[in-house]
Design a protein around this ligand. Structure first.
Ligand code: 6V0
Length: 314
């Protein structure tokens, strides 16, 4: 029997350890179990976070092995290699496929009820693989998708328009990677489209800057990896947000990686698309309106994923 207040994190490198930290301070969980092939690293991360619990809410953080994940209702998978400077996420697939396969085999031997949240890259392909290998219902195996990319877009647009990024409503969808796209056609600031908002706020339209903002979002990980070697704070905060939507059964719309069947003319592919997220995981994919060009871009992104999955199967 699993308990949604118990959460496991598999792989506590830069990303997993930061997720463990954001989840511990979130107050969402009574227990966090950290599993890593480097057991000493998990022990150190657990101790470090436990030493701050007196400043936060009660949460037991322990280093464990797979047996300790048996009761976890939510399990975050952040194990595996990260990108080297200049390396694309898809190029990680060869290295991370084997790691994910061994994790799913060990995990499903002790727990077949949890919701799995895949964070390791390439996240969309690995989410698809985790669904296949676990045999869990598709909604219970989701990926972090373009939740982080969407937050990056909201941040940059908010900065440009001088408005709180929480009032920016716009999505990055598709692959969490080079083929992702910005849905400009429905982007708005609290209900006002970008043209109207700029007119109301008396600022110049950023029309010619939108493609640069998109490129900045798409290439953000490359830039951060060039300057500090890895990205982890943004994704740690994104994972906390997804966990919150699940644990609190919020039915929040988040662009997590979901299995798409018959939406947007795409079938049998996992991609980041607006999805209702709640206690059952990825509960329903939403068909948001897209322009013809955006739809074509999303389908191209799906084709990129399809090619990667076919290679996996081959
Ligand atoms: P890291 O710092 O190298 O940590 C990886 C951790 O995984 C290490 O502690 C390893 O010991 C551990 N590990 C490796 N194999 C296993 C295994 N079989 N079982 C258990 N633990 C294992 O990498 P980092 O934390 O920077 O990145 C982890 C993954 O997250 C990479 O694939 C990144 O590309 C990915 N990211 C995904 C993001 C997203 O938006 N989805 C964002 C940033 C990084």
């Amino acid at each position: 029997m699993t308990n949604i207040q118990k959460c496991g994190v598999i792989g506590v490198g830069f990303v997993g350890a930061t997720c463990a930290y954001t989840l511990a301070v979130s107050g969402l969980f009574s227990d966090l179990v950290l599993v890593d092939m480097n057991r000493d690293k998990a022990i150190g991360e657990a101790a470090d976070i436990n030493h701050g619990v007196a400043f936060s809410k009660p949460c037991r953080v322990m280093a464990g092995d797979y047996a300790d994940l048996a009761e976890c209702g939510l399990i975050i998978i952040a194990a595996g290699a990260n990108q080297k400077p200049g390396e694309s996420r898809l190029e990680l697939l060869g290295r991370n496929k084997g790691i994910l396969s061994s994790i799913i085999a060990q995990l499903t031997a002790v727990n077949r009820e949890a919701i799995l949240l895949v964070v390791s890259n390439p996240v969309d392909v690995l989410t698809c693989l985790a669904q296949q290998l676990s045999g869990f219902p598709a909604g219970r195996v989701l990926g972090s998708g373009t939740v982080l990319d969407t937050a990056r877009l909201k941040y940059l647009l908010g900065q440009r328009l001088g408005v709180d990024s929480r009032n920016v409503h716009a999505f990055i969808i598709g692959e969490h990677g080079d083929s992702e796209l910005a849905v400009w056609s429905s982007a708005n600031i609290s209900g006002a489209d970008l043209d109207d908002y700029c007119r109301i706020a008396g600022i110049t339209k950023p029309a010619d800057e939108l493609s640069r903002i998109y490129e900045h979002v798409r290439d953000a990980a490359y830039q951060i990896i060039d300057s500090k070697g890895a990205t982890y704070y943004g994704i740690g905060m994104a994972v906390r947000r997804i966990a919150e939507a699940i644990v609190r059964n919020e039915h929040s719309v988040l662009p997590v990686t979901s299995m798409i069947h018959g939406h947007y003319g795409v079938d049998g592919i996992c991609l980041g698309v607006p999805t209702i997220v709640g206690r059952n995981g990825a509960e329903a994919v939403l068909d948001i309106p897209l322009s013809e060009e955006e739809l074509a871009q999303l389908q191209r992104s799906a084709n990129t994923m399809r090619e990667m999955i076919d290679k996996l199967d081959g």
